[in-house]
Design a protein around this ligand. Structure first.
Ligand SMILES: CC(C)(COP(=O)(O)OP(=O)(O)OC[C@H]1O[C@@H](n2cnc3c(N)ncnc32)[C@H](O)[C@@H]1OP(=O)(O)O)[C@@H](O)C(=O)NCCC(=O)NCCS
Length: 182
């Protein structure tokens, strides 16, 4: 990407799924930032987008006509009282790192989650991951603690840091979160 390329953030569409899959599968194969060891299939990701995109923002960054990154949210835990707590995730393609695209995506994702009425965004960050930790610190996430040796991948044990960003006030009686507004 050249510095003259315009970067735009928009909602992910089903046509974006092969490109999203390629980015996420790269990090599944080459790193421990994602604890999956098997790649996603395009069908699996399309189903995830179909199932989640009404309740959670699924965003892509487009640069020079290509998908350069993806940020999305999902449930932190399935039990009902966790309804105001979302887990947030971001991946930027290797060719587009360090250009501010992760920040652009995460800023938009967190703004939308707050507008929808979510109370917290949570992130799980495999250790070490200085790039992701820097990004999360930039957006006001605090490290609550770590799970030691949470996973074994690529021949090594990895801890996972649990990070929280509070998004809004905690009303005595929270209204249900709003659906995604397009
Ligand atoms: C983490 C990631 C999303 C950051 O996206 P990015 O577009 O490269 O980040 P940005 O250019 O917006 O930079 C955000 C901040 O992180 C810092 N940063 C980025 N990469 C860094 C690195 N490798 N080491 C230290 N700091 C780094 C930047 O300096 C910037 O900080 P600043 O605002 O104080 O200057 C991207 O590197 C990535 O996709 N990594 C691999 C997948 C991954 O780990 N995803 C997160 C899973 S929890």
């Amino acid at each position: 990407m050249s510095s003259s390329d315009t970067v735009s953030v928009r909602f992910a569409q089903v046509e974006d799924v092969p490109a999203i899959c390629a980015i996420v599968n790269h990090y599944i194969a080459e790193s421990s930032s994602n604890f999956r060891t098997e790649p996603y299939s395009v069908e699996e990701w399309a189903e995830q987008l179909h199932a989640g995109a009404e309740r959670y923002p699924y965003l892509v960054a487009e640069a020079g006509g290509a998908v350069a990154g993806v940020a999305y949210a999902g449930p932190w835990r399935p039990k009902q009282a966790y309804a105001w707590t979302a887990e947030s995730t971001v991946y930027v393609s290797p060719a587009h790192q360090g250009l501010g695209i992760g920040s652009l995506l995460y800023g938009e994702l967190l703004k939308r989650l707050e507008e929808q009425g979510f109370r917290s965004a949570m992130a799980q960050i495999t250790q070490p991951n200085p790039g992701s930790e820097a990004l999360h610190e930039r957006f006001g996430f605090a490290l609550l603690g770590s799970i030691r040796d949470a996973g074994f991948k690529h021949g090594a044990w990895h801890g996972v840091g649990i990070w929280q960003r509070e998004l809004g006030a905690a009303p005595d009686l929270p209204a249900p979160t709003l659906p995604v507004r397009r």
